[in-house]
Design a protein. Structure first.
Length: 369
């Protein structure tokens, strides 16, 4: 190949490369520190729940999103775009369509071609601009979520949204007390706070508390990581998510989780769906022990041939039922058969009774994927 032809080819390739770079720069990618506007004004929300909260039976496993809990008397709350973003999807969810108790809300997904993705959920109403976009050729389907019928309509879009632009209003639907915010990299949840600039991140960290009217109302998370933890599985130990054998992964209601508390992570919790008699659905704590087979901390419960027992204490995260209490004459035993198989059985006595521990035909099997 002659030098002049080779030089021409290099210039052509360089031009294509620069053109693609200019094209990519025109898109609004979400990168660390790129978000520069509060989604909600600081005086319009009380708390921002950290990652890792649970609310069985719908959320047995640690949440992969945060929640802005609104100031009760401010209606509506204005939702702003937290940065220069590309809107990829608009979703309308109608719950119990056509029934007297019908409600609806919207969610918005921001991101470029499967790159880092930011999602806001439970928006009461959208801006006129976004409503117009949704009304054109949305794809709808209906399905059942337990006893609730849901009609879901999705519209794929590619819209540029400016930082600080009003994208919707919220705190208008009864029972919807918070705006969800989730950040995802390669479809895995991460801390949204890392994608805000330093000033806004610091502001949001001052509100990392539990929901109003719960035992964590006004209690700030102070242990690292401040934003909370989603993925807590310890390979070869009891800690983490466990799926009811032969049940689908979703919904989460049949499953269980042995996890850290989302405000005080040094304290351990049990999150039960509907599979364990009496104990589900609910969240429990216990008197943590560093030795023995009773109330042992999760990291020490391994596939060692031993059967461990727990005396749980009920702990409610539900704002409507903040009480907690004991279950006299009730306990449950667990044993790791291997790194991916767990046996569990409820007992009608405390851990100090009916020893040595033995499983019966009533045992349940959970697995880890």
């Amino acid at each position: 190949m002659k030098k002049t032809h080779f030089k021409t080819l290099l210039l052509l390739l360089l031009g294509i490369f620069l053109q693609n770079c200019r094209k990519d720069q025109s898109k609004h990618y979400i990168t660390t520190g790129s978000l520069d506007h509060l989604p909600i004004a600081m005086d319009e929300f009380i708390s921002l729940t950290p990652l890792g909260a649970v609310s069985p039976p719908s959320h047995v496993f640690p949440n992969d999103h945060m929640g802005f809990y609104y100031v009760k008397d401010i209606k509506p709350v204005t939702i702003y775009s937290p940065g220069n973003l590309q809107l990829a999807e608009i979703r309308l969810s109608v719950y119990n369509p056509g029934a007297a108790n019908e409600t609806l809300d919207y969610s918005l997904t921001f991101g470029v071609n499967g790159e880092n993705t930011l999602i806001f959920g439970h928006i009461s109403s959208l801006s006129p601009k976004l409503m117009q976009a949704l009304s054109n050729n949305a794809t709808c389907e209906e399905y059942s979520a337990g006893t609730t019928m849901v009609k879901s309509c999705i519209k794929k879009v590619s819209m540029q949204i400016q930082s600080g632009e009003v994208i919707g209003k919220s705190n208008l639907v009864p029972g919807q007390l918070a705006l969800d915010m989730g950040m995802y990299v390669n479809n895995s949840g991460v801390s949204p706070l890392d994608y805000f600039n330093a000033t806004i991140k610091a502001q949001l960290e001052t509100r990392l508390m539990g929901p109003p009217n719960t035992q964590y109302d006004g209690v700030l998370r102070t242990e690292e990581p401040l934003a909370g933890e989603i993925y807590q599985d310890l390979v070869g130990a009891l800690q983490g998510r466990w799926y009811k054998k032969d049940a689908p992964k979703f919904p989460e209601s049949p499953h269980i989780a042995f996890i850290k508390d989302y405000i005080k992570p040094s304290e351990l919790r049990m999150s039960f769906g509907t599979s364990v008699p009496l104990f589900g659905p609910g969240v429990y704590k216990f008197d943590q022990m560093m030795s023995g087979e009773i109330n042992r901390v999760y990291k020490d419960v391994k596939a060692d041939g031993k059967i461990y027992c727990y005396d749980p204490l009920y702990l409610s995260y539900d704002p409507a039922f903040p009480a907690q209490g004991t279950f006299p004459n009730n306990s449950f035993i667990v044993q790791l058969q291997d790194n991916k198989t767990l046996l569990l059985e409820k007992r009608d006595c405390n851990c100090s009774e009916q020893q040595p521990y033995q499983f019966t035909a009533n045992k349940l099997t959970f697995v880890r994927y």
